[in-house]
Design a binder for this molecule. Structure first.
Ligand code: NAP
Length: 248
């Protein structure tokens, strides 16, 4: 086996679907061993089985729970005898609705997964990398172009995705001295189950506004994640990279 990520161990959250699943495939293609983590264990297992259990394994995780994240870190380090040096925060949810009608629960749920989840995963896995004296860490956080477009009906989601950009920048400044790079990707509209629920009319409007005239494919985000994870991106740190087909 070879490839730019040969010898690396990666964990991808939200790996049972969409961008997370595509990322597992591409990281494994590039030579990494991959842990597909999702709150939906069956879906994570499907990802791992499809790639091949010699290079991929599945883990159940709820990124919004300290206990769940901590337990997963401990069991990974004990199983692989090292910490993953590639960490991809792809778990995310939407609970869209107009602000005046948004239930507190929908705000809290989106915050807990998208922003607090990114915090818990980043903190716990960075601690593990540092404790294991791992070299060349790369953490990649999924923000969204919605952090800049600020669509109506997405006050909760847009706020968390803006938060992910700020969080990423702070983490990149704090972790640089440990050789851990932290970057964010802002995808545009990507064809995944998350976007399947967006009304056709809105998707048509997005295509018209997008200079490439189409939605993106999960693999088109996964390829940028794989690049950021690799040594080819060794001087990219604290960046927020738009992958939108030019949609602004
Ligand atoms: P997706 O297809 O819905 O996949 C997200 C995965 O995360 C699902 O398997 C989901 O499980 C899992 N998940 C949700 N809450 C979790 C939790 N607490 N712990 C662990 N796993 C959890 O979404 P996607 O389109 O691939 O999106 C991936 C990331 O990219 C998200 O952060 C999203 O905000 C971001 N993004 C996506 C787009 C897009 O157009 N698709 C654009 C910009 C940014 P359940 O199915 O059980 O919820």
């Amino acid at each position: 086996m070879s490839g730019p990520l040969f010898g690396k161990l990666a964990i991808v959250t939200g790996a049972g679907s969409g961008i997370g699943r595509a990322t597992c495939r591409v990281l494994a293609r590039d030579g990494a061993k991959v842990i597909a983590a999702d709150r939906n264990l069956k879906a994570a297992e499907e990802t791992a089985n499809e790639i091949g259990t010699d290079v991929a394994s599945a883990a159940e995780i709820d990124v919004s729970s300290y206990e769940s994240v901590n337990k997963t870190v401990q069991s990974i380090v004990s199983k692989f005898q090292k910490a993953p040096t590639i960490v991809v925060n792809s778990a995310g949810i939407t609970r869209d609705g107009y602000l005046l009608k948004m239930p507190e629960r929908d705000y809290d749920d989106v915050y807990s997964v998208n922003l607090k989840g990114t915090f818990l995963i980043t903190q716990q896995f960075a601690k593990a990398m540092i404790a294991n004296d791992s070299k060349g860490g790369s953490i990649i956080n999924l923000s969204s172009i919605v952090a800049k477009m600020n669509n109506i009906g997405q006050a909760n989601y847009a706020a968390t995705k803006s938060g992910v950009i700020s969080f990423t920048e702070v983490a990149s400044k704090e972790f640089g001295k440990f050789g851990i790079r932290v970057n964010a990707i802002l995808p545009g509209y990507i064809n995944t189950p998350m976007v399947a629920v967006v009304p056709e009319k809105i998707k048509e409007q997005v295509k018209v506004r997008c200079p490439l005239g189409r939605l993106g494919k999960p693999e088109e985000i996964a390829e940028v994640i794989a690049f950021l994870a690799s040594e080819k991106a060794s001087y990219i740190n604290g960046a927020a990279i738009e992958v939108t087909g030019g949609l602004k």
